[in-house]
Design a protein around this ligand. Sequence first.
Ligand code: ACM
Length: 649
Amino acid sequence: MSLNAEPSLMPLPAKYTFGSGRLAITENFNLSLSGQIDPRLHDTITRFIERLSRQTGITFPVNSRLPVTLAINCNSIGKEWPALGDDESYTLIVDAQQARLNAPTTLGVLHGLETILQLVQQDERGFAIPAVNIDDRPRFPWRGLMLDVCRHWMPIDVVKRTLDGMAAVKLNVFHWHLSEDQGFRIESKRFPKLHERGSDGHYFTRAQVREVIQYARDRGIRVVPEFDMPGHATSWLVGYPELGTDPGPYQIERHWGIFDPAMDPTKESTYRFLDAFIGEMAALFPDEYFHIGGDELNGKQWSASAHVQAFLKQHGLKDNQELHRYFNTRLHAIVHKHGKRMEGWDEILDPALPKSIVIQSWRGQKSLNEAARQGYSGLLSAGYYLDLMQSTEFHYLNDPLDEESAALTPEQRSRILGGEMCMWTEFVTTMNVDQRIWPRAAAIAERLWSPQSVRDVRSMYARLARISRHLETTANLVHRQAYRMMLERLAGADPVEPVRVLADIVEPVKLYTRGDTRDYTSWSAYNRMVDAAHPESDAGREFRYAVEARDWTTVRNTLTTWRDNGADVRRTLESHALLTETIPVSENLTKVAVIGLQALDAIEGKQPLPAGWNASEVLNTAKKPVAELLLMAVPGVEALVSQASGTAK
Ligand code: ACM
């Protein structure tokens, strides 16, 4: 029997062919390193062996004289720090005797080792890697993940395991959103009141920042810091109100949204401050790129300020947009002086800025194409917002080179460097951050790495289910465990299983609707079912697939479980304060399941539809969000009902 290994790979390699046969992984496993050996590879290899050992339960001997089962060759060490455009390619050839991993630089070795770990499988004979021939390289050079550590504090262990997950799926840029209205999250030696007054004590020390950068480098990941200005900057102004347009005083913002405080672009002292601050940060972060934010400036403080309005007149500036351009131009000179390239959100796109900047497009793909047309490099983030609770399929099919980009010249297209997913953390805590990012991030990683033609959604989901486990077992993530733990907390001493059945078939409300019915702040608890529920319900999707496939056994079993769950879970929901709000959701689930079973009986010819049967009232009610939850049993049952109605005709 040969192993079927494709289902375990994500991202899929650029080119691969599976052979027959398998390379057994036994206690005789032995590896060799040749060529140019980057010292960081020793640590990588040690971790690789530990992870392989954890996966297989095999203890591997050290310094063995056994024949080499994994021969690694690296042609050059590459640059000290990973950089945009590095050669990340590798080849991996596996036959029954040996695996040979070859790479031009250390980065390819890192990626190839992750591929090997994904390929390891177990069958009745033990653990093995299937025979395969892989020739792999990324489609886009910039494959990022942005983590907001400000709205909710995300300590260093969260950052590190995020980096572990990123490395496992070959992402290569960690965009660290370090300042916001709600928190200034990095120690500044030069301006200590930034972190002392602006962070509630939750910030990264400079030593921790160095540690993270090193940790990322060891995994082939660049670290790009973001300091958001001139808006989204309240936390800076708590310690340094003189940086603000109004005299203050300012307080750390506790709510979510867009707020008025903005830096004062008219004072020379603002630029002296930013020069010193950016100088300090530019020395700390080795990456060439430096993100200055620039998004969502509402301009209210500027418009209401007499001295800002006088400045506009004096400088012949028409409006706030021109003033923002002026600010960005000054900022660009500072960033450039400190040896960095400036990056910013869509809003900074302006012909006044040099073409060396990078535009991160979050408002839509149009602005990315427009930037490329104007000669700017860009990244796609629109469609990759993990906080909006959209399906993996939605993110997966969102391509940085969309249909409209076909109208771009090849040169313009080459300016689209890739994409970055964004994890904004208004509604995300250390408890659920992993499951908000993973496993969806793995599918986006595939979009950014694999050939554009790789877009089979069913294949993606089948592989994602395996990769999701892999990310926990070998990459330190806790996205599946945390779900269980949050549900156990909700259930108190009661059995968690019936609560899980309910939680499995709901999803949090989508887009920016969370908070429409409640006033959330940074003090809120975020410990309800909506916080535990996965962004996408696998149970709901699998049910839909089963209906489409007319797999009536699965459909009936699922509907029966859902129908009966109402009675199973009722007492727990009634007797736990955090769960009472979900009682109507559970009731809807039972009703929807009953409708589904009636439809199925009709389809299977067991029982005709009851006279005057009307499914739509139940289904329409069940579609409405309750407790900020969507009941994902509905779409599949709707499909079933339409089949049944067809049968009835
Ligand atoms: C953003 O979402 N304001 C970049």
